[in-house]
Design a protein around this ligand. Structure first.
Ligand SMILES: Nc1ncnc2c1ncn2[C@@H]1O[C@H](COP(=O)(O)OP(=O)(O)OP(=O)(O)O)[C@@H](O)[C@H]1O
Length: 349
């Protein structure tokens, strides 16, 4: 477990943050600019003098100097040694690890981040995305107990961001290192996070698993694009007709033009407004996906809209946005079994 409580006062800003959660996987720190995400991350790292406490797996770390916490830290812009090669940058902390600490396997980390062909290159010649991969690799090679990433993609353009995300995805699980990931981009949260710490005006307002965070109609993740759900599963090989099966909990969702290799763990995003509900399976429609759904709760959104929160077989959540009129016509209510007709499914990438 990791639990933290920090209070810090600056002119015009007060951080009052607290959370407790498992010390595994990726935790996104999410909130608008200036809400205190970086400050909270710096408190975790020991870079800010805050009141409070910090416990990691039963050990109190509050008051310990930065280096004794043994956390890895990657900033918005990778601060590599430009006069050194990628290899020497990667090995910088690794070579200096104190005796008694098991050294991470260099080849393994290099492989996870796709860096093997860059090892001999000078750091100055790398692209922005490559620099961030090296910075993350360098941090992982210091055998950190926690990896803190502060908006590592925010300085990258859309293309570079798209290229680096697959390398970051799954890294925490592979390395067995819990990650705290600061971002204000909902798409990064949807793609990478296992759970989310929401922040607003210096306070931690909610701490919850991603699927729960995405089942709240008032989630700040939905502000720009509206309500959506994330399903986790495995992408299978594309069929000749262009459809790609996405397997989850013994069921199949059909994607069109997945543009990714089969056999990978993946997440799909389903916009609530792309989901309709029916009382029974429907024949003679162009919609590819029809899945049984049990209704958990109906949220009245106003303006004649209802957001229906349901559970698919196996327990993953799915949101559907329907008109209040349709909800009335179908007699939708809590606990009811119906079918979700899903018009479009997008891979999160
Ligand atoms: N070194 C500093 N000295 C004084 N005030 C600071 C300092 N760093 C940040 N602040 C202020 O503290 C508040 C929280 O900043 P912080 O950088 O933690 O927010 P953030 O959520 O990470 O924002 P962003 O997404 O823009 O990076 C802001 O009001 C900011 O102006």
């Amino acid at each position: 477990m990791i639990s933290a409580r920090f209070k810090l006062v600056r002119p015009g800003f007060c951080l009052d943050a607290a959370f407790e959660q498992p010390s595994t996987g990726v935790t996104a720190l999410f909130g608008p600019s200036g809400c205190g995400k970086t400050t909270l991350l710096r408190c975790l790292a020991g870079l800010e003098r805050a009141d409070g406490e910090l416990w990691l797996n039963g050990e109190s770390l509050h008051g310990l100097p930065v280096h004794r916490r043994r956390f890895g830290y990657v900033f918005q812009e990778a601060s590599l040694f430009n006069h050194l090669s990628v290899r020497d940058n990667l090995l910088y902390g690794w070579r200096r690890l104190p005796k008694g600490i098991t050294r991470p396997n260099v080849n393994e980390v290099v492989g996870w981040l796709g860096l093997s062909h860059l090892l001999a290159q000078g750091a100055a010649s790398l692209s922005g995305g490559q620099r961030q991969r090296v910075a993350i690799g360098r941090a992982l090679l210091t055998a950190p107990r926690l990896l803190l990433l502060d908006e590592p993609l925010s300085a990258l353009d859309t293309q570079a961001k798209r290229e680096i995300l697959p390398w970051i995805e799954g890294l925490s699980a592979r390395a067995g290192v819990p990650v705290f990931y600061v971002t204000h981009a909902p798409d990064e949260v949807e793609r990478l996070a296992d759970r989310v710490i929401f922040m607003a005006r210096g306070r931690t307002t909610q701490v919850e698993p991603l699927q729960q965070a995405m089942a709240r109609p008032d989630s700040t993740l939905f502000v720009e694009q509206g309500a959506a759900s994330i399903l986790e599963g495995t992408l299978e090989a594309e069929l000749e007709d262009g459809r790609t099966p996405f397997a989850f909990n013994g069921q199949t969702l059909w994607l069109v033009h997945a543009r990714r290799q089969g056999g990978e763990r993946a997440r799909v995003r389903i916009q609530a407004s792309d989901v309709s509900l029916a009382l029974a399976p429907v024949a003679g429609v162009s919609i590819l996906n029809q899945l049984p759904l049990r209704l958990v709760v109906l949220h009245q959104l106003g303006e004649g809209r209802v957001l229906v929160d349901g559970k698919l077989d196996g327990g993953q959540r799915l949101l559907a946005e329907v008109s209040a009129w349709s909800a009335g016509q179908l007699g939708l209510h809590q606990g009811m079994a119906c079918y979700a007709l899903i018009k479009a499914v997008a891979l999160v990438n």
